[in-house]
Design a binder for this molecule. Structure first.
Ligand code: NAD
Length: 437
């Protein structure tokens, strides 16, 4: 995931992050095995894709503000560089571990392949509790971690980005550390930077905008008009708030939204601009305390099963599970969050005929605009926001169409089709490059 782009405070809140990734690497591998079987993938290439190309574990000693030293553990995993330099976020969280980072790196490989941008997949993380650290401690941690993984980074090797609990300020520290150590400006080493340091216009809204574009493409395929479509959005952070705002601008009726403080519901449609003003003025940027005529307060559980056409989970992992999946009334789900649906829930939804646009396609808008940031940095030529948005729309629409057509042709659900397409593209790159030496 790439994270929200507001300036400091340094840490952004993703709510209470649980530990959903303990077996995520197993899930990622079994998903790959399923897809390999479906594709009749060459067993030699399958073998290669089951193993990350490179894994680096580092110890990060940091002088804390009181003078004592803490030693943190950090990781950078490059799953595949077959399609281009590796790309993926850096996460700061107490539960970061090697298997989680491996899994997230592989998911980046598939995500970049499914939208057709010239990157492989990577991910990084530091096991730490950023909520218990001062900005100075975080700055020192970031700089030492950067120095430790620098041998495997590079604008043509591996380009990090923000993820859970990291943001543009952290990216600025990474770019500055590499630039100081190399004695020249290397801003293109990382994306998700502040705009004055070479960040891209439109990056902040990109993931939500991509979710909205994908939703409108799905509605077209269903012969549905945007104006006749009701939507519920779970999570009102970076992804959810922009997805809701842009879909509202497109003409959809957003009837339910929620965040960690609870949900709002109005069957006649919520006034999204008014809600955005409330959130902007709330000290923690929450929906909490919002009042308007016709608006009822609902729980997150109620939001998930509300009577809408489209449900957009944009909060955390594993929100749609075997226990609530049978009660979901939306006929279409567009996954704004990473991994919001468990494998069991996915099966239930499939049996019920619910269309699920998978995360690797639906929330790829963020990495697409990260790609634009890197392109602009490498060319020292910056686009206006309209150009960023136009190019994002072209890529998201094309990716959606390719996945949709593939699924129609092979008679498979969107998730399986998106993975099949992604894995076949990576496999083709491995095959045509050949094995060095
Ligand atoms: P964020 O921290 O900005 O927002 C998360 C939102 O979810 C907040 O509004 C929070 O209050 C809410 N939330 C937390 N727990 C909740 C709960 N139990 N019920 C309802 N709402 C809850 O994070 P974000 O950047 O918007 O990321 C959201 C999801 O999207 C994550 O899964 C992330 O991995 C994924 N994602 C983000 C990006 C990106 O560019 N930001 C890109 C790809 C995927």
């Amino acid at each position: 995931m790439e994270h929200r782009l507001e300036a400091p405070p340094v840490m952004t809140s993703s709510g209470p992050i649980r530990s959903p990734h303990q077996d995520l690497w197993d899930t990622v591998l079994s998903q790959l095995d399923d897809v390999a079987q479906r594709l009749n993938l060459d067993p030699d290439i399958h073998k290669i894709l089951r193993r990350p190309e490179r894994e680096l574990t580092v110890s990060i000693p940091v002088v804390m503000d009181d003078g004592h030293i803490e030693v943190f553990t950090g990781y950078r995993v490059q799953h595949s560089s077959a399609r281009g330099p590796c790309k993926g976020g850096i996460r700061y969280h107490p539960e970061v571990n090697l298997n989680e980072v491996r899994a997230l790196a592989a998911l980046m490989t598939w995500k970049c392949a499914v939208v057709g941008i010239p990157y492989g997949g990577a991910k990084g993380g530091v096991q730490c509790d950023p909520s218990q650290m001062s900005p100075d401690e975080l700055c020192r941690l970031t700089r030492r971690f950067t120095a430790a993984i620098m041998p495997i980074l590079g604008p043509r090797r591996d380009i990090p980005a923000p993820d859970v609990n990291t943001n543009p300020q952290v990216m600025a520290w990474i770019a500055d550390t590499v630039s100081m150590l190399e004695g020249k400006a290397v801003m293109e080493i990382v994306t998700g930077k502040p705009i004055p340091l070479g960040g891209s216009l439109g990056r902040r809204e990109a993931t939500g905008r991509g979710v909205a574009i994908v939703t409108s493409e799905l509605l077209k395929r269903q012969n549905r008009r945007l104006a006749d479509t009701t939507v519920a959005v779970q999570g009102y952070g970076n992804v959810g708030s922009f997805a809701a705002t842009i879909l509202h601008q497109m003409g959809c009726k957003i009837v339910a939204v929620s965040d960690i403080s609870g949900g709002l519901y109005n069957p006649a449609g919520l006034d999204i601009p008014d809600i955005n003003r409330h959130v902007a003025n709330h000290p923690q940027h929450l929906l909490e305390g919002y009042q308007a005529p016709g608006v009822d307060h609902i729980t997150n559980d109620e939001l998930l099963v509300s009577d809408v056409d489209v449900l957009i989970p944009a909060a955390l992992e594993h929100q749609i599970r075997a226990d609530n999946a049978p009660h979901i009334r939306a006929r279409m789900i567009v996954e704004g969050a990473n991994g919001p649906t468990t494998r069991e829930a996915d099966q239930i939804l499939q049996e019920r005929g619910t269309i699920v646009v998978p995360d690797i396609l639906a929330n790829a808008g963020g990495v697409v605009v990260s790609y634009f940031e890197w392109v602009q940095d490498l060319q020292y030529f910056f686009w206006d926001e309209a150009e960023v948005n136009r190019n994002l729309e072209t890529i998201m629409r094309r990716a959606f169409a390719e996945v949709w057509d593939f699924c129609q042709e092979h008679r498979v659900p969107l998730r399986l089709g998106a993975y099949m397409l992604a894995v076949s593209r990576v496999a083709e790159a491995v095959r045509s490059r050949g094995i060095f030496p």
